[in-house]
Structures are given as C-alpha cells and as structure tokens.
Design a protein around this ligand. Structure first.
Ligand code: MN
Length: 320
C-alpha cells in the first residue's frame, strides 16, 4: 500500500486557483505541483501548530478565490498573456503534508518523501509554509538532482543558527542546514537587514562558507538586475522566500516586520530574472502569519508571486 503523505486542503479553502487535487504522489502526472507543509520543528512543544501553520489553506482560500476565472483565463500583464500561455501545462495541488502531533520529525520525514517523489517526476514544486524550518526537508529532497543546486534566499534574516534550544531544524537554521548538504552549491542571500537571530559568529560562518550576503540596502543601491548578475548562470536553482524579506508594507503578515525589504517590482524582477537564467526546480514562500494581514495585502502579493513564478516557468520552457 502506498504511504499516505498528504491530505486534501481544508474544505473552506479548496485548492490553489481550483487546480485539481493530486493525492497520489507516485508517478505524478503534472508539470507544476503545489504542496502545503504547515509545520516547522518547534523550539518549544507549545509552539506547534503556530500561526504560520495556517498560511497554506488561507492562501489557497483568499483572496483570489472569487476571481479564479480572471487569474486563469484573463490576460495577465505581469506575464503578457494567459497564466499557462495556452500550453498543455498541468498544475496540481497536492494538498498538505499530514501532521503527527506526537512526532514532529515525522512531518519533516513525510515532507521530504513527498518532495522527493515530486522532484523525481521532474515536476516543479511550489511549497507553501509553514515557518522557515519547512524548506529543510524540501532541500534535502533536492538530492535527487544529479547536479549542484544554487540556493537563492530572500529574507530579512541570515538563518544560519546552528541550533536554538538544542533544535537544529527550526526556522532560524535553514540556510546553515542547506550549507551542509553536498548537493547545495552557491548560496545567495538577499534582503538582510535589521536585527534577527544572527550573532557575529553566524555572519562570519556564512561568509567563510562563501555565501553572497546582499543586504536590503545594497540591493536597493545596486538594483535587482545587478543582484541577478551576481547569481551564477545556468542553474538549476532553488528559491526560498521568507515573507519578512519582502517589505512589510506589501507583506505585513509576518512576525518580524522590518523596514526596507524588497518591493513588488524587485520581487517580480527576481522571479522572472532567475527563471530566465536557468531552471528553478522549486520555490517556497514561508513565514506568513495570517492574523497580522492588513486586508488581504500579504495574500494578494503571495498569490501574484506564485502566478508570476508559474507563468515565467511555463514561458521559459522549464516544465517537462
Ligand atoms: Mn527566515
């Protein structure tokens, strides 16, 4: 019997843009898959589920839901055409990785298994977090590719803590964990600013590893094109986006609002620029804490981000 790794999104939200629910991840017949991974490894037992765990279903359920025909079948000027460009592209929503409240590690094991199956079928993966621990099992699954993956990270924070309270796979550690994975190549970190979990040691470790640390201020100074030029050509790439890397005026629903992040134009340019440099095998958007949204501002930008990634990938021929 096939192991059950995932379950349908909540009935109130439905799937992302009403794309079909794909329950069976074996021999997945799709070009692009969306997968919710609601839970990171908690620093204290009482902190799971956390506010970010609600984000996958809330993102699916609002606000684009009433405008699905617009999103799918009306001209999108972000893409200069329809979302799927009138191509035979199959997008599926694999629902959410199931959770075992008594065994948090089991959620990561299932997430990694699910991502391995999806990547193995050559399907682009869009992961909806959850906190920033979530990409750790997803990046482990990048092992299935036989070449080094360039990691592009958008965040206000460095995320190089070795552990917090003894936990090594929580939201302060994803980039350090990635740096230890032999299949992760160069690391580019964009949007660093303000005060976060890093101490001088973590910054030194990141630099010693060779990570290209581009603060938000340098990014604003040199522009996103120059940032893209610093990312090695060719790919493949994995893109991990912490919502707090984006400016809180357009993504207010985060736990650490910090002035000066990427604006929408820069974020869109990054997505289109990266996709045109090489194959982006997967991306995630994590750390959305829905209760702090203002109107649906965060969700609107996250939905647009995902649609721009899908539309750009389709046009670049990065799907099967
Ligand atoms: Mn982060």
């Amino acid at each position: 019997m096939t192991e059950k790794l995932n379950e349908a999104p909540g009935s109130n939200s439905g799937t992302f843009l009403d794309f079909p629910f794909a329950e069976n991840l074996d021999d997945l017949d799709a070009d692009i898959a969306i997968l919710g991974v609601p839970h990171g490894m908690p620093y204290q037992a009482a902190t799971t589920p956390n506010e970010q765990s609600r984000a996958p279903d809330i993102l699916r359920g609002t606000p684009c839901k009433e405008d699905i025909e617009y999103s799918k079948n009306h001209y999108d000027f972000d893409l200069d055409g329809y979302l799927l460009d009138d191509k035979e592209i199959k997008v599926v929503d694999c629902g959410n990785v199931t959770h075992d409240p008594d065994d948090h590690k089991e959620h990561y094991r299932r997430a990694e298994q699910a991502a391995r199956k999806i990547f193995s079928c050559d399907v682009l993966l869009i992961t909806l977090g959850g906190d920033h621990g979530v990409p750790i099992p997803v990046m482990r699954a990048l092992e299935v590719f036989d070449k080094p993956i360039t990691l592009v990270h958008v965040d206000a924070h460095l995320d190089w803590r070795d552990d917090v309270n003894g936990e090594r796979e929580g939201y302060s550690s994803p980039i350090r964990r990635a740096s230890e994975m032999p299949w992760i190549g160069e690391i580019i970190q964009i949007g660093l600013r303000g005060i976060g979990s890093a101490r001088a040691k973590e910054v030194a470790d990141a630099r010693a590893h060779g990570a290209d640390l581009i603060t938000a201020y340098e990014m604003h100074e040199i522009g996103m094109e120059a940032v893209l030029d610093r990312i090695p050509d060719g790919g493949p790439y994995y893109l991990t986006i912490d919502a707090d890397g984006i400016d809180p005026t357009i993504m207010p629903a985060v736990l650490a609002q910090t002035p000066g992040g990427l604006d929408w134009i820069q974020l869109r340019r990054l997505v289109h620029g990266l996709v045109s440099k090489g194959r982006v095998v997967g991306m995630d958007i994590v750390e959305i804490a829905p209760q702090f949204d203002v109107g649906n501002t965060t969700m609107i930008h996250a939905e647009r981000l995902i649609c721009n990634f899908i539309g750009a990938s389709v046009r670049a021929g990065n799907c099967r």
